[in-house]
Ligand binder design. Structure first.
Ligand code: ADP
Ligand code: MG
Ligand code: MG
Length: 883
């Protein structure tokens, strides 16, 4: 195998298509080099070496050393410098980079090759000795911490001691000679803590760093990040070794990051930040507040610090051209890292820019209109799950608010929660069901779990590209960064801004769209679904084959469903219509009745409610299909629990509390999920199905009278395992239809179908389809029964399965294609064979999961049904499934 790929000087062995082998960073550096862009020369050690490394007790393929030497030679030739040379030393960075972007999760070591000899050459070269010794001491700190595992604090203490002794306050007050003295102290400290001297040999440094970067693939924060983002452990990281360029060589040197379009709004404007005389992570670390790149952005931000456009105009115009070139080449928003060394621009990274959902929509629509991409490509580009962000509420414009500070609008959406000051606390409160806002000076990769647990994130320091901002956008969480007016005292649990003082646990609202920080809970408003969102939805609707319905039973849900573009109701869970106080009493009377007469009396009370509910649903859905499922849940869910409730029901039924208590005991089940529910209820108590069918037909007649549009209800029989069960219930429904027609003179067109949610039903689908006119896959129960896993109890072990890699994803979120999916395929095939016109849908939670929707498209279902708020996501995912 070839383990090493070089790039530089207008040529490269790799390219952007090789990101699996070279990592995203390495592949795109190679691509940029091939495009002739200014990229410091370097080489990438492949992810296959990473796999080898972990499979062979952290050792390398035997040929690797030779390949690295040859590649290093190549870099030396292009750079005109030699690694370890005391006159013209080559310094390199050793950079991590996996196939998927994992910003800041793994390690990168800069300035490798510096030692007691080369530092003098660097000093002479820079005509500024201070820069060289400052770089050297930074290198020692970075290398010691990443490679040798020596804690940062040792070095920080030494610097503090030194400053105190000399009565200096800032690091910038230290001269070249001062740093030389600090370096001597560092080296003594390393020898003491580590037991060995700091490595002076450049090659030892290089291999130390390479090993540490491969090792960082398995550091805890990288592992957590991979879990959160579904990145396989097997991918591994590549390692890129690249000639150093220096953004800290004085006032004409700089380092920065930029997006080719605004990552927050998607507007076509170069958007970025930079720092003069700085290196590496300084911009992202939020240590100094960075400057804007363009003058327009500076004015927009009201910043008094000059833009790059003003201070480095030539480099700026070259940078603008490079950015435009990259966007045209990749046909997507690019997120780039660059460094300017004494007026010369160097590109250090490019990748597809992470963006908010709003920005993704705008950029996709505009790029399609610019002719850069097709409409289908624009649709394909939008992550369906990310639309959730747009469906997030914002602060109502007229709402009363107490703005205590304003920061940068780093990730949109408004969020309200209790103030917490650290990630662990956020996680604890979240698991107790509380909503929190994580407040930090700045965040680091160690805070990821807390950010995940929070409604939103607020920082007092850092820019639009700070860690907090980037991660929050990726998670779709509201975030405000750099709210400089806020003082945070996390020890005492106090946040103050001007005259306002808030404490841990106080309620705070942040608006990531405007950057406002507000005390208390603020009223929110629902988002606008027009604009680019509407355009993408339109394009998606043209592409998709499956129709999209919603699961809804209330008026509010049905209206939301239509607003979000649902083409009918795929599941109306009638039991949800009984939970209201006045209805549940009648429901309890029905369940606890001793005989049919008692049940009929109670059902007579429920009938008008049901009829009215259905009439309303049919009216809202005006002519669109509505699937109504007969009563399904285990009866015990409705039973009275408290003594008070029992007494109330007993009084209404004219029986004693003891009698009722006894009847309730009789109904208790060991395993209600597999108990007396679904069609079993209708078979034991036909009068229940009869009442529901009557309510449906009479409701339909009422809706028709009101709107002139005749509904065609689809009546669904739940939890069928055998054809005989289905036939028994269908007979009740058909008889009821005849009776209603006889009484009213109205005929109603309706169909009767079943939910396929038991493995036996899937296998017997051919037979069931002889009488069933449609199937709707109830994938929640089908998953429970196929896997033999109770969803309500899965929490204790399913997490372990996922953590240990036994299953890739929670089967209740993304359909288990191999098992449950095959049952769906079998039922589809057998059902259609019997009845070619059989209508097929899915109404489990998987109906709103993009990965599962891809499967349902392949399985050939006619529609998917999901909760109203996921309808846009399902529409988009259904379109993508066809591309
Ligand atoms: P990450 O994946 O965490 O972003 P990088 O490998 O991109 O890590 O390195 C972080 C930063 O270090 C870069 O943004 C860049 O500023 C700096 N850097 C890396 N390599 C070099 C180099 N060869 N010359 C100058 N700066 C570098
Ligand atoms: Mg970084
Ligand atoms: Mg980077």
């Amino acid at each position: 195998a070839k383990w090493v790929y070089t790039f530089g000087n207008g040529a490269a062995e790799g390219g952007s298509r090789m990101s699996a082998l070279l990592g995203g960073k390495g592949a795109n550096l190679a691509e940029m080099a091939s495009l002739g862009l200014p990229v410091p020369p370097g080489f990438t050690i492949t992810t296959e070496v990473c796999a080898y490394f972990y499979a062979h007790a952290q050792s390398y393929p035997p040929e690797l050393a030779v390949e690295v030497e040859a590649a290093l030679k190549h870099v030396e030739e292009i750079a005109g410098r030699a690694f370890g040379d005391a006159q013209r030393p080559l310094l390199v960075s050793v950079r991590s980079g996996s196939r998927a972007s994992m910003p800041g999760m793994m390690d990168t070591v800069l300035n490798i090759g510096l030692n007691d000899a080369t530092v003098d050459a660097l000093a002479a070269d820079a005509e500024d000795a201070r820069f060289a010794y400052d770089s050297y001491r930074r290198f020692i700190q970075m290398y010691s911490s990443i490679v040798l595992g020596i804690g940062h604090h040792h070095f920080e203490e030494l610097i503090e001691d030194f400053k105190e002794a000399r009565e200096l306050t800032l690091d910038t007050d230290l001269s070249a000679e001062d740093w030389q003295e600090v370096i001597r102290a560092f080296k003594a400290k390393i020898a003491e803590v580590h037991g060995h001297a700091f490595p002076q040999a450049p090659r030892e440094q290089l291999w130390g760093a390479i090993g540490a970067v491969f090792g960082s693939w398995n550091n805890p924060r990288a592992k957590i990040y991979r879990q959160l983002h579904n990145i396989p452990e097997s991918w591994g990281t590549a390692v890129t070794v690249q000639a150093m360029v220096f953004g800290n060589m004085g006032e004409t040197s700089a380092t920065g990051v930029a997006f080719t379009r605004n990552p927050s709004t998607g507007a076509k404007e170069l958007y970025g930040e930079f720092l003069i005389n700085a290196q590496g992570e300084d911009v992202v670390a939020g240590v100094r507040t960075p400057q804007n790149i363009t003058e327009a952005a500076r004015i927009g931000a009201g910043s008094s610090q000059p833009s790059m456009e003003t201070v480095l105009p030539e480099v700026f115009s070259q940078f603008v051209a490079v950015a435009a070139r990259l966007e045209r080449h990749y046909r997507d928003i690019q997120d780039v890292e660059f460094t300017v060394e004494r007026g010369k621009l160097w590109m250090l990274q490019t990748r597809a820019g992470k963006r908010t959902a709003r920005a993704a929509l705008r950029a996709a629509v505009e790029m399609a209109r610019e002719g850069l991409i097709s409409e289908a490509e624009a649709v394909r580009r939008i992550d369906p799950g990310s639309l959730d962000q747009l469906l997030h509420p914002t602060v109502a414009p007229e709402a009363e608010r107490d703005v205590i500070a304003t920061g940068l609008p780093a990730s949109p959406g408004a969020a309200t929660g209790e103030i917490v000051f650290n990630a662990d606390e956020a996680e604890q409160l979240r698991s107790a069901g509380r909503k929190v806002i994580l407040v930090r000076v700045e965040t680091s990769p160690e805070d990821i779990h807390g950010m995940h647990a929070s409604e939103g994130i607020l920082t007092s320091r850092g820019g639009m590209t700070s860690h907090a901002a980037v991660v929050a956008r990726g998670m779709g969480k509201p975030c405000v960064t750099g709210a400089g007016a806020i003082r945070i005292d996390s020890e005492r649990g106090i946040l103050s801004a001007g005259s306002a003082t808030l404490r841990r646990g106080d309620i705070l609202t942040i608006d990531g769209g405007t950057g406002r920080v507000m005390a208390g809970a603020i009223e929110k408003q629902q988002p606008e679904l027009s604009g680019e969102f509407g355009v993408i939805m339109q394009w998606a609707d043209k592409l998709r084959r499956m129709s999209v319905r919603a699961n809804a039973e209330t008026e509010a849900d049905a209206e939301a469903a239509r607003r979000f573009g649902a083409e009918g109701i795929g599941l109306c869970r009638t039991e949800h219509m009984f939970f209201e106080a006045s209805r549940i009493r009648a429901m309890r009377e029905m369940i606890l009745a001793d005989d049919e007469r008692g049940r009929r009396a109670a059902l007579a009370k429920l009938l008008p409610y049901q009829r009215d509910d259905f009439a309303k649903l049919f009216t809202i859905m005006s002519g669109l299909p509505v699937t109504i499922r007969l009563l399904d849940p285990p009866l015990h869910e409705f039973l009275p629990h408290t003594a008070e409730e029992i007494a109330e029901v007993a009084a209404a039924m004219n029986v004693t509390a003891e009698h009722l208590q006894h009847r309730a005991e009789e109904l208790r089940e060991y395993n209600p999920m597999l108990g007396f529910r679904g069609c079993r209820l209708a078979i034991a108590f036909p009068e229940i199905a009869d009442m529901q069918a009557r309510a449906i037909f009479e409701g339909a007649i009422e809706a028709k009278r009101k709107t002139g549009v005749a509904p065609e209800p689809e009546i669904m029989v739940p939890l069928v395992a055998m054809k005989a069960e289905f036939d028994a219930v269908k007979a009740i429904i058909d008889r009821c239809a005849e009776a209603v027609t006889a009484a009213t003179g109205e005929t109603i067109a309706y169909t009767v179908g079943t939910m396929i949610e038991l493995p036996r039903a899937a296998l017997a689908a051919g037979e069931i389809a002889e009488s069933a006119e449609f199937f709707s896959f109830g994938t929640n129960d089908l998953t429970q029964t196929a896997l033999g896993i109770s969803r309500d109890d899965a929490g204790t072990f399913l997490g372990v399965y996922i953590a240990k890699g036994l299953v890739a994803r929670d089967p209740f979120t993304t359909i288990d294609q191999q098992g449950v999916g095959e049952l769906v395929e079998i039922a589809t095939e057998r059902g259609r064979k019997t009845r070619p016109s059989l209508k097929l849908g899915i109404c489990g939670e998987h109906g709103g999961d993009p990965a599962s929707i891809g499967f349902f498209e392949k399985a050939g279902l006619d529609y998917i049904s999901c909760s109203p708020f996921r309808v846009p996501i399902a529409r988009l995912a259904a379109a993508q499934a066809t591309i």
